[in-house]
Design a binder for this molecule. Sequence first.
Ligand SMILES: *Cc1c(COP(=O)(O)O)cnc(C)c1O
Length: 420
Amino acid sequence: MLTAIEKTDKKMFELIRGEQARQAGSIRLIPSENYVSVAVMEATGSCLTNKYAEGYPTKRYYEGQQFTDQIETLACERAMALFGADGANVQSHSGSEANLAVYAALAEPGETIMGLSLPFGGHLTHGWKVSYTGKFFKSVQYELDPSTGLLDYDQIEKLAREHRPKILISGSSAYPREIDFSQFDRIAKSVGAYHVSDMAHIAGLVAGGVHRSPVPWSDVVTTTTHKTLRGPRGGMILFQDQHAKAINKSVFPGLQGGPHMHTISGVAVALKEAATEDFKAYARQVVLNAKRMAAKLMEYGFDLVSGGTDNHLMLIDLRGKGLSGKPLAKALDRAHIECNYNSVPGDTAPPFNPSGLRLGTPAMTTRGMKEPQAEQVAAWIAAIAENPENESVIEKVGREVTALCKAFPVPEVFVRIRED
Ligand SMILES: *Cc1c(COP(=O)(O)O)cnc(C)c1O
């Protein structure tokens, strides 16, 4: 791979090679990241990047759609089959665009949307003030119970009764527990709101059968395609039949021009991979690894928000250790352990230096790492947290991380597909 770039653009070749080596040589614990298969990368890097396909299959504004129509239809069919949805739109360029398109389809500007507040783990696009979703719509934000770190469905219901939102949003970027979508559905119905669920983080766990699905409980489900689902970067919308027209119109021509057909072909490949038994085993292992890492971290005396995890991620609350997130994340990065600093529920520290660390297991699991490696990672984090300025400890851990990464190379193909 990259042989043409090497000939034409040495500088870029070296930069991409550098990133490739960095990804291979570090334990990547950012829970929204992963490694995709070479098959997904081949599709994403294919000639489909040359094609305009404004519109939808059989209803395009440009000719030459003999293959693109089939590609997009296949991607939609695979998405619908995998998640049991009535309909799918695979054109959103990202999860954020998918959310904005859905809100614009279901609500008028100025109407009320209600989502989880960003410092409590909600996404920017769930109505946070700096996001256009918080400017174009009236945004009411619910929070987690700061004492338990859990969703408080009674509180959400109370707020919904008071503000009567047009859209109630479930889903999170940093919630370590299983979400009860049936509660959101019940609350939304009781106030006449649409329930939009954003499963960006957990789509792969839902596909793999280790997290309950929001699809039966939601008017519309949005997701990214590149997190636990392990596809190329993109967005996807699943919907009930009655919303098909509004959603499709909202994505195109409402918000976007031409769909990225190269991404859509990669999404289709990833969705086929996600329907395999191997993918189910990966999803199960993601959760087993996270549970083991969480248990070990607690043994080392770390406070975990909500006391553990049910899914692929965990949030360390560092306040008890007198540490803050940013210096620790930076020290870990020097030891080739990548994670991100994050606010914890009820955090009073500023968002650019919050009190928490967010860790997840999808990428390490894709490399084949299991519980013993999850324990090892927890031990390394504990060693560095003892003294994040002790460079000799950081160096020692860094060497051990490098050795582990060599033992678990990034695989090129990780699901066996039975040909149909
Ligand atoms: C990551 C994420 C998104 C946005 O995805 P982008 O592709 O980065 O725009 C939306 N919602 C949630 C819950 C997310 O975690």
